[in-house]
Design a protein around this ligand. Sequence first.
Ligand code: BGC
Length: 663
Amino acid sequence: MKKITVNNLTVEEKLRLICGDGFWYTYDFDGKLPKIKVTDASMGVRMTGDDGKDKQSVAYPSMQMLANTWNTDIVRKYAECVADDCLAAGADVLLGPGINIKRSPLNGRNFEYFSEDPCLAGILAREYVAAMQSEGAAACVKHFCCNNLEYNRNLQSSCVDERTLREIYLKPFEIAMQAKPLSIMCCYNKINGVQGSENAEGFKILREEYGFDGLIMSDWDAVYDRAKAAKAGLDLEMPFSKKNYDKLVSDYNSDVISVEQIDECAQRVLNFIYGSKELQKGKSRKHSLEERIAFTQTVEEEGIVLLKNNGVLPLKNGQSAALCGEFASPKGLNVCGGGSGQVPRLTPAYDIPALLSSAHNGKIIYEPAFGDRCTVYGYNPGVAIDNAAQSDVNIVFAGTGAYFECEGGDRAYMQLHPVQERAILDTAKANENTVVVLFAGAPIDMSAWVDKVAAVVWAGFPGEKGGEAVVNVLTGKVNPSGKLSETFPVCYEDTPAANSYMDGKVTVYEEGIFVGYRYYDKYGVPVLFPFGHGLSYSDFGYKNLKIGGRGGKIEINFEIENKSALGGKEVAQIYVRNVCSTISRPEKELKAFKKVFIAAGKTEKVSVNIDTSDLACWSVASEKWEVEDGVYEIIVAASATDIRLTGKITVKDGVFYATNKMQ
Ligand code: BGC
């Protein structure tokens, strides 16, 4: 097929081309152009069939669980696997990753996003996009930007100051652009009063500052004025809207929009169509279907976060365990979030009582006692309490699901359903060795019960092989190594956005740059589990920090010792603090991280580089990034509140030149 350029198209054809085709396709002029199919992927590839129903596909742990791995190798393989699913199912472009910052734990789509931290979200997105595209599927990074709540998402305006935009909400996009995604999706909401699809200023930053030369497409039905959106730089409207197309044609005929402006959009749509097909050339599927299904277990095993453990886990040989809660054996229920990311899984739902019985040497008894929405069985605690009382360990499986965490709305509250809280409290009263395993996509307020239980395991939204992964963590076959990619606050009232102005039309980002741990650090607000937290069955010690470098490079070297008799992985986090800043800055900010395996009793050297430009903050006065001269503390930590090593460096004129002090 000979390549077409805008010069080969009539104006009518160009106008048609920039308006998509049906729900999922680009326009192909009856075969003159390749037809590109786009589809969603936040927990695996969601393919809608011609009957309008979603087809079965490999269900993966949600993006939150992927982020909890802090493992860029896992992120790359995950992206390769979903790219394989995408191409095998006949689609060309995956509408993801979603990289919006988690400003509030109530956001109904948090399970689809990576983090509250722009560095973590940006780095993971960059790796994801690069791997997905190298496997042949084009990425569409979304939702640009400040789509941080679902409530009234089409009507409300996110009111954000310039510095906060740059440092927090645009930053993940800036980093992700390094991987050259073929496309970006705009958001539903307005940004400072401007429609997401008409965000000329934002699109200019993408193109002129971040070097993005791909396609900007709309979110589904997020275009209100096609000509205005095209003039702002929105190349493709999705899905096709006859009403918008007709209006565009009449606007063109009335000189509201010029042919040059249409040409720009149309050429980018052509580049996108050819570029997507180009990516696929010479590529065959790297990972077989069996491998992809098996890999969902690896992701889950690395993403599970052991939040609390007084020593009850792993289960000891011969111990009996009482299990309750339908999340242990969800039968027909889908343990995942809802909306455009939802995927009907391929394999039958897991059955933890059965899996645990065959993996563990000890008696296992199970009583559902309560269903996922707490209505299936109502609440029949009697047997579960008796079971708990007669067993060595009691394990309660609780959580949320697509009915509670779903696109298009936010969670109404952060607690578990009262019936689930009751079940935890009642059975914990009968057995002090109570473990709670949570399946959910966003932080839970555990204040009613967390002090009464011995251990808490975060299993997130787990994908096909979630049951196997949870069992392996409970039995110790897998040593947990996930860490939280977002803070778990004590309660909603404590969170950065809780007290900001919001009226359904305007959401004011009053907390500014103090999002996530930046807020809790600054105002000394205690949290339930900090950002970056996650326990292991091993015990790690950090030592021998050495900071060196030259010019703009800062080399951070240290060692981690595994003091236990069990091999395990540790996620080391590098935060930076400006010791004597003249401007308001967070107490510390994540700049790098590394996950390393350390064999039992061994010590591993860890080396991480950052650049002095990573120390910059956005100067509102000069409208650019600036690195303040001065002394910076380099903080090596096991979580945002578990600082292990610190050292100081001096930076002058953007150059690292001295190490003052280390400890
Ligand atoms: C969502 C997008 C999604 C699109 C297509 C929209 O409602 O916001 O994330 O990609 O639908 O399903």
